[in-house]
Write a protein that binds this ligand. Structure first.
Ligand code: SAH
Length: 474
């Protein structure tokens, strides 16, 4: 033996790391499973196991109400109102017991082992041959999660995340795959063609999880038409997706799903890197930073990029800060894409005004004080304060006004509002980088906020909330 280190490429083939448990998917249809105990925990296991098609024999001298209700509801659950006996176990596929104490747990485990039946004792991992994980059910697709008892809450959170990536419609496509399989086999395709068929099927499924597969899909796929209509030969699609104010947790479930099936993601600087990271790993990410007064991509360039990517057959996601339908020039993109016959959809998002109000902890509306809510942009095409704003409406002391893109022109806006009659004492709150880690709030008044903006030079983006609804509560 020499101790010359091996170069990585000389290492032995990589092996699996140690597995805490082996996940297996056990067929229980028509088999018998023995459950011992009358608790609600046993009732839940009985329901799970009967859903897997087993004949469930529950031995319980004192069954809980939930268990009795289950047995009344589900044909394959039978309650035997007595204590379990060793003779109940032979022939069972699995045994699950809720033991009152350790001797009982030991006895149950011993009887199951003697009968050669794998055993689980509820809440006693040391007595278990197998454990139950958290489940995401889109049957026939089933995902099971185990932390080997290390952290059940961690496992549940993971389950929630996986749930969001698996729309319910997934089950229909997986069922269709099962049903259509014989017809595909009958075609006697070679390996490569068969593989291509299922790849096309899978692409179609993942692009259409929100709808059920149809006979037309089946006919198309079987006739091989889909080979000619491979995604790179047909038109792609564009989704304008609201990325929210910054915190990725404020994305909608739909936004996450769309991101997860994107081929290309175009995003501007207002979108946080964590949000962009939620896109499918293989997706191409393109920044089209278009912020403030120095556009790095013009709107025309962005629109033409969307058009050409969609024409190449790509599923394009255009991530826009906040809600795409608020001060995001969405109509320009939508109308050109529609005119080109490209499928477009819009996924709404949390707009900055909502995020700022949540951060400030005060409602944008308030009975008697603010019955009207108006969103304005203080940034006209030329970068100046727009001249065509409705000044009477903005000077209404009983309205809340949220100013977007207002940092540069706020002094002019404030002066004009005061000249139109809105008191200088009206509360004005600036919320910079709402929901980002470095969010900042500045509480002031219409008369004084300009001075803070001048001295603090906010980095933005920021919204300014104006109105009596933001009076400090006493
Ligand atoms: N569609 C976006 C608005 C785009 S216009 C939305 O619905 O929020 C850009 C302006 O949005 C910025 O000038 C700023 O006024 C505001 N903005 C965007 N993100 C923000 C954030 N995280 N905090 C505060 N204001 C924000």
């Amino acid at each position: 033996m020499t101790d010359t280190p091996r170069r990585p490429d000389e290492r032995k083939s990589p092996r699996l790391r140690e597995l805490a448990t082996l996940p297996v998917f056990f067929k229980l249809a028509g088999r018998r499973v023995v459950l011992a105990g009358g608790s609600e925990g046993i009732a839940w296991k009985a329901e799970l196991i009967s859903a897997a098609g087993a004949q469930v024999d529950v031995f319980a001298p004192h069954p809980s109400g939930v268990l009795v209700a289950l047995a009344a509801d589900v044909a394959n659950v039978t309650i035997h109102p007595r204590t379990w006996e060793a003779s109940d176990l032979p022939g069972a596929a699995l045994a699950i017991g809720d033991a009152g104490d350790e001797p009982e747990a030991l006895a149950f485990r011993g009887a199951a082992k003697a009968a050669g039946v794998p055993v689980n004792v509820v809440d006693a991992p040391a007595f278990c041959d197998f454990q139950f994980g958290s489940i995401v059910e889109r049957s026939p697709v089933v995902v099971a999660i185990s932390t080997d008892g290390a952290a059940p809450v961690f496992g549940q959170e993971l389950r929630t995340r996986i749930e969001t990536l698996m729309p319910d419609g997934m089950r229909h496509w997986a069922r269709a795959a099962k049903l259509w399989r014989p017809a595909v086999q009958a075609l006697k395709l070679g390996f490569r063609e068969r593989r291509a068929f299922w790849e096309t099927f899978t692409k179609l499924a993942f692009a259409n999880l929100e709808r059920q597969p149809t006979d037309a899909d089946r006919a198309d796929l079987l006739a091989g038409l889909s080979f000619d209509r491979a995604p790179d030969k047909k038109l792609g699609s564009v989704a304008l997706v609201g990325a929210g104010p910054g915190d990725p947790e404020l994305l909608t479930l739909k936004a996450v799903r769309v991101l997860q099936s994107a081929d290309v993601v175009l995003f501007d600087d207002l979108v946080s890197p964590q949000t962009v990271n939620l896109a499918r790993r293989e997706a191409t990410r393109i920044t089209v930073g278009k912020r403030g007064y120095k556009p790095s991509c013009t709107q025309e360039e962005i629109t033409s990029m969307l058009l050409s990517l969609a024409r190449e057959g790509k599923r394009v996601v255009r991530l826009k800060g906040g809600d795409p339908m608020i001060f995001g020039r969405a109509n320009e993109e939508l109308s050109e894409l529609r005119a080109a016959g490209i499928a477009v959809e819009v996924v709404p998002g949390v707009t900055s005004a909502s995020a700022a109000a949540a951060s400030v902890g005060q409602s944008l509306t308030e009975r008697d004080v603010a019955r009207r809510l108006q969103f304005i942009t203080a940034h006209a095409r030329d970068g100046k304060l727009p001249t065509d704003l409705d000044w009477r409406a903005l000077a209404d002391p009983r309205a809340t006004t949220v100013v977007y893109m207002g940092l540069g022109t706020f002094p002019l806006l404030a002066a004009r509002l005061m000249a139109e009659g809105l008191p200088g004492s009206t509360p004005a709150v600036m919320v910079e980088r709402a929901t980002w880690a470095d969010e900042k709030q500045t509480r002031s008044t219409l008369a004084d906020l300009s001075a803070s903006i001048a001295s603090e030079r906010p980095r933005g983006p920021a919204v300014i909330l104006i109105g009596e609804a933001f009076a400090r509560s006493t």
